[in-house]
Design a protein around this ligand. Sequence first.
Ligand code: FCB
Length: 444
Amino acid sequence: MTDHFPDGFLWGAATAAYQIEGAHNEDGRGESIWDRFSHTPGKVFEGHTGDRACDHYHRWQDDIKLMQELGLQAYRFSIAWARVLPQGHGKVNQKGLDFYSRLVDGLLDAGIVPYATLYHWDLPQALQDRGGWPARSTAEAFAEYADVASRHLGDRVASWATLNEPQVSADAGYLQGRHAPGHTSLAEMMATTHHLLLAHGLAVPVLRRNAPQAQVGIVLNLQPHVPASARAADVRAARVGDAMQNRRFLDPLAGRGYPDEVLAQYDGPRDFVQAGDMEMIAAPIDYLGVNHYFRTVHRSADTPDEEVTTPVGSHKTEMGWEVYPPGLEEILVRLHKDYSFPAYYVTENGAAFADTVSEDGQVHDPHRVEYLRNYLHHAQRAIDAGVPLKGYFAWSLMDNFEWAWGYSRRFGIVYVDYETQTRIIKDSGRLYTRIIKENRVISN
Ligand code: FCB
């Protein structure tokens, strides 16, 4: 194993619009489902909202300086659909576009490569009012949005991702109700899955037309699903878990249709799949973005109820997610073996820990330091095993609004004091700077 990452390996950090921007009602921005959800009592931890968040909408220039200080080579951000098209389609809000245009120019001036994600969960509320993702018209509106965004930014954005983690949009948003819009319907979840994939498929040719030199891909949350034992019930539970989380999206993207295990979950009408959809969804992509945090170990009781467990004795983050660094290598190697997409990026990886500012004014986060090192070690092993992994984005550039957890979970390599909006680079951020500079995992 070589000591260094390949030449040209891209080091970045990631954020998402609703989690950092704030300015929820400025410059013509429309309402999104996350504004509505976070303002609904009981939905988000202690009633937190993204109204102000990290105030990045006003502090983006300082935040670019912070990225420079960290030595980032790339920045993955998302565009708020409702800033660009307040109603989700139709009338364009020029001021919204101008914000992203300034941001992209600022990044380029700073020598940082812009990686844009079109949809990181913040559907315009106006589209939700017309049926949301269970409605096919939302996929069509997404293609319109992709057109507007890429016509204005396509000449400068190096890489486009259509969607972030459609599995979470579909399941947390429309089945479990723990994310916006907070619905709990299996039928809606199934239609949402398909319409998200269709939205991606409709957007790919639009992005290629408007941004011929850019890379086009999609970001999925992917992880190993392993059985707790060799018992048939555990093995089956792990297979279903893998199908529901990973293959539900990977197989259609690879032109293989929906897995049987997914279709078996639902015996309602499937007329949301129309002729030609599956071909559209399988449009070739340039890269697959992999968000990876943890693996899932399945232990199935002898009853039909499946229990998902974290192995005894394992370390967990503040999210309760198991720290299991080999999982990153395992998922990357498996993806390449089973699907061989042309390239991969780790588009998110990171950990929440209860950080505090020490008396010396610094934020010492030894667990995140260890997490970063160990996961990167396994990213490197995946490269050595032949996976064309081209870059890594830490989640997150800075602490932010962690969805239903509000501000109670800190994932940043930079600490944010939400009262004063002061940013403090954590020890993990300082380590990351050295890793980037040396292009290798530094062990001390
Ligand atoms: C991912 C999301 C991201 C962040 C991290 C912790 O699922 O894409 O916005 O919430 O988890």
